[in-house]
Design a protein around this ligand. Structure first.
Ligand code: ZN
Length: 223
């Protein structure tokens, strides 16, 4: 079973690359966020349990997340493997996943990290402004309004949510990068980590991801 873990911070382009890779590799894209929503919808016992935590605004415990992941991996389209997106998020989860897969004779074959320097991530993630009246969204870097501080469409003032303020974004990014590093180190220690430069156009990142995965697969197939 070819389980690939995709790693990247918000703003790294991971969300764009995951479905492209899934198609190229012929593996399902398994995003934990989608799994939670699906499990809640289908009303399965594990989904109901997950919902109890989500409704209280709490993180879904690892054992429940892993149970959902493993269940997803038993579906027909995942018989050859899957691309995991959004899990594991820390070393404990990575170890728990290793254990759970090993019990089923599987393992994480590759972890691919889409690397983007922290300053670039910060720029990509920050600068979001919304208009006060209708919530039209702008970005001061990539999609600025014609008149600073005013909505192009209705002229109402642009405001920045607490979540989008530079300090908040930076603090959140620092935490995320710390966890990502932990997970990357885990897979590096197991000799399955690959890294690609995420600071390139989308097609170039896809090409590098495919090249890395194919190159890594060659000796593994032989051995
Ligand atoms: Zn507006």
């Amino acid at each position: 079973m070819n389980v690939v873990v995709l790693l990247g911070a918000p703003g790294s382009g991971k969300g764009t690359q995951a479905p492209i890779l899934a198609e190229r590799l012929g593996l399902p894209h398994v995003a934990t966020g989608d799994l939670f929503r699906a499990a809640v919808r289908d009303g399965s016992p594990v989904g109901l349990e997950a919902r109890r935590f989500m409704e209280r605004g709490q993180l879904v415990p690892d054992d429940i997340t892993i149970a959902m992941l493993l269940k997803r991996l038993t579906q027909d389209d995942a018989i050859d493997g899957a691309i995991l997106d959004g899990f594991p998020r820390n070393q404990a989860q990575a170890e728990a996943l290793d254990l759970a897969l090993a019990e089923r004779g599987g393992r994480v074959r590759r972890a691919v990290s889409i690397d983007v320097p922290a300053d670039d991530l910060l720029r990509r993630m920050s600068g979001r402004w919304v208009c006060q009246d209708s919530g039209h969204v702008y970005n001061e870097h990539s999609n600025p309004p014609k008149v600073p501080g005013r909505c192009d469409i209705d002229g109402s003032p642009l405001i920045q949510r607490e979540d989008d303020k530079a300090e908040t974004v930076r603090a959140r990014l620092t935490l995320t990068l710390g966890s990502l590093r932990e997970v990357a180190d885990h897979y590096r220690g197991r000799g399955v980590l690959l890294s690609v430069d995420g600071n390139q156009p989308i097609e170039a990142v896809t090409r590098d991801l495919m090249t890395a995965l194919e190159a890594a697969d060659a000796p593994a197939e032989a051995g």
